[in-house]
Design a protein around this ligand. Structure first.
Ligand SMILES: Cc1cc2nc3c(=O)[nH]c(=O)nc-3n(C[C@H](O)[C@H](O)[C@H](O)COP(=O)(O)O)c2cc1C
Length: 194
């Protein structure tokens, strides 16, 4: 995929593939990422290297987070994507609340934001982070950026709001940055820490 893609994501965090999330354990992750990065470099030769991101689950313990940060830095991955869906169940009203599988959208928002903050703290701002999980407005995107995300992704909100939401979010984000005196998104990244 490297010659074709703008970036590649190693996604080891889907709850819907049995055993996949075990690859987040340090030993397995080392083996996987060293092979991926070696191949990425070999394919590129002297051409620019395609960025490689690692996408993780929100259902991680503090020790897992430290391990993932270590391995990511060691193998020179370009960013971490935080996070995929959760297998936990925050209080839900839906009659489908006992279904198994990954939960996305609004009920994931607080957990995904907290994990982003955890990864920001563990990495000391040295690894670019991509925030995802329950983002549905410019305010949500801005909160994630200020907590340390250099980029945001969204999936569920697109289902409810449709594709034009990207434009309204970009406009809203520009307004929020201006209101708070930032001249770029990059300037606002991690600014809630200051
Ligand atoms: C039905 C469904 C399929 C998904 N498939 C993928 C996938 O193939 N690769 C991936 O990295 N993430 C996948 N995700 C995770 C989403 O990209 C995203 O991380 C997660 O849904 C949280 O964001 P959201 O609350 O904006 O949906 C999927 C999520 C859902 C709900």
């Amino acid at each position: 995929m490297a010659p074709l893609a703008d970036y590649l994501t190693v996604n080891i965090s889907s709850p819907n593939t049995p055993g996949l999330r075990a690859l987040q354990d340090k030993g397995a992750l080392e083996e996987l990422l060293s092979a991926v990065m070696e191949e990425r470099d070999a394919v590129a030769g002297s051409a620019p290297k395609v960025p490689v991101f690692l996408k993780v689950a929100p259902d991680l313990e503090p020790a897992d987070i430290d391990d993932i940060v270590d391995v990511t830095a060691k193998h020179g991955l370009d960013a971490l994507i935080i996070s995929n869906t959760t297998i936990t169940r925050p209080p839900l009203r839906s009659r489908n609340k006992d279904e198994t599988g990954g939960l996305s959208g609004a009920p994931l928002k607080d957990l995904a934001l907290q994990r982003l903050k955890d990864f920001r703290a563990a990495s000391g701002g040295n690894i670019p982070l991509i925030g995802v999980g329950g983002i549905a407005s410019a305010e949500d995107a801005y909160e994630r950026i200020r907590a340390g995300a250099s980029l945001v992704q969204l999936y569920t909100a697109m289902i409810y709001q449709g594709p034009t939401m990207a434009r309204s979010m970009a406009r809203g984000l520009a307004r929020l940055l201006k209101r708070d005196g930032f001249s770029s998104v990059a300037e606002a990244v991690g600014s809630t820490e200051k």
